[in-house]
Design a protein around this ligand. Structure first.
Ligand code: PLP
Length: 396
């Protein structure tokens, strides 16, 4: 039986009548831009995350761009971001003429290595963008302390982690800005593009609000050059229907992850990453070889509420693509997030060499990772099918 990587219909179709009612409501009042459902949805996200301000925007990418614009990031400024993330994190920096400076990551949680980031701070460094990859928060306490010490602005790229927690605090609410995405594959998946910008700072919120509508206030009077970064009323209305169920969606993903971990650990050559090895690559390597590990399972740190946007395995010994082909042949959905690190992207080849130093762990992860289906509606039978296909490959 095929198992897709993601099945958006499994989550959305049971809501069909409520979604249609939301659509009808917007259709009838006709306020398609900045209508009442937008404000309602913003309030709901603010309530869920505890952020003082939430601004619905056109995408997670535009949320990042708007945050950088509101923080006045300019050409030549340096912005630290991880090498191992989705392109938008660094793309938004480049679009303002600023320079993304790439940091390496931790091989256990896949998030920014704060010590590496510290080593790459220069007098031109203005901001830092930790990404909470795959649904788990980066180690924010040391990162925030470092940012404060060096006067850096902090934008949390929480596109994959809305509702995740770090020491009980909500992802996206710890820095100057947090950004969420409602791209259909994210945990709160929309019906097209959408995103949210959150902040606890009244002045930054007000400035971002103005920049969201071409920098105009009042209308047709422009003190700044902004953009059109609005989210459709309709999209907000539809997402409100899903937000009500978000706690359950997260619980379903967490149950799936726990089930995978329990079942996969029964297979020969499978171990789970050990949080004790965070940022300690060499001891991790000797431990993994002592275990004769072939596959390393992901782990959520005890202080993190992991929401499992992805369940990402590391396949050791140069065998990742072989596992990928095997899963493809068994019609088990899988994907490599991400096959090429950002410091190695063609479009960044002309950046100063100093912005692309020392990302060895990121390079290695790009060659080892593979993500398997984790969406909430996966059935137990489907999960066991995925586990069986991996077991079959290990025993080949
Ligand atoms: C998805 C994603 C984005 C961009 O969000 P869009 O809504 O697709 O523009 C940014 N950063 C990360 C880490 C993402 O996963």
């Amino acid at each position: 039986m095929p198992v897709p990587l993601l099945d958006v219909n499994a989550q959305n179709l049971p809501l069909e009548s409520e979604l249609q009612a939301a659509f009808s409501q917007v259709l009838h009042h006709g306020r398609f831009i900045m209508g009442p459902e937008m404000e309602a949805f913003e309030k709901e996200v603010a309530a869920m995350t505890g952020a003082r301000h939430a601004l619905a925007v056109s995408s997670g990418t535009d949320a990042l761009l708007l945050a950088l614009m509101a923080l006045d990031i300019r050409p030549g400024d340096e912005v630290l971001c991880p090498a191992f993330t989705f392109f938008a994190t660094a793309g938004a920096v480049s679009r303002l003429g600023a320079v993304p400076v790439f940091t390496d990551i931790c091989p256990v949680c896949f998030n920014m290595d704060v010590n590496d980031a510290r080593a790459k701070i220069t007098p031109r460094t203005k901001a830092i963008i930790p990404v909470h990859l795959f649904g788990q928060c980066a180690d924010m306490d040391p990162l925030l302390a470092m940012a404060q010490e060096h006067g850096l602005k902090v934008i949390e790229d929480a596109a994959q982690s809305i509702g995740a927690t770090y020491k009980g605090r909500q992802s996206g609410t710890l820095g100057h800005f947090g950004t969420y995405s409602f791209f259909p594959s994210k945990n709160l998946g929309g019906f097209g593009d959408g995103g949210m910008l959150v902040t606890n700072d009244d002045q930054l919120a007000e400035f971002a609000r103005v920049l969201r509508v071409h920098g105009s206030k009042p209308k047709y009077y422009h003190h700044y050059v902004g953009g059109n970064f609005r989210m459709d009323t309709l999209q907000c209305a539809l997402l409100s229907v899903k937000l009500k169920r978000y706690t359950q969606y997260t619980a379903d993903r967490q149950r799936n992850a726990a089930h995978y971990t329990a079942e996969l650990l029964k297979l020969p050559g499978v171990v789970q990453a050990d949080p004790a090895h965070c940022k300690c690559q060499s001891s991790q390597d000797s431990w993994l070889s002592a275990q004769k590990a072939r596959i390393v399972l992901p782990v959520g740190y005890g202080h993190n509420g992991h929401i499992w946007n992805q369940y990402t395995l590391r396949v050791l010994g140069g065998q990742r693509d072989a596992l990928r082909e095997h899963l493809n042949s068994r019609k088990i959905g899988c994907e490599v997030y991400y096959p090429v690190t950002l410091d190695q992207q063609q479009c960044f080849a002309n950046l100063p060499a100093s912005s692309r130093l020392g990302c060895e762990i990121s390079h290695r992860m790009a060659g080892e990772v593979i993500s398997i289906p984790i969406y909430g509606e996966l059935t137990e039978v489907q999960r066991l099918e995925v586990v069986a296909a991996i077991g079959e490959w290990l025993n080949i």
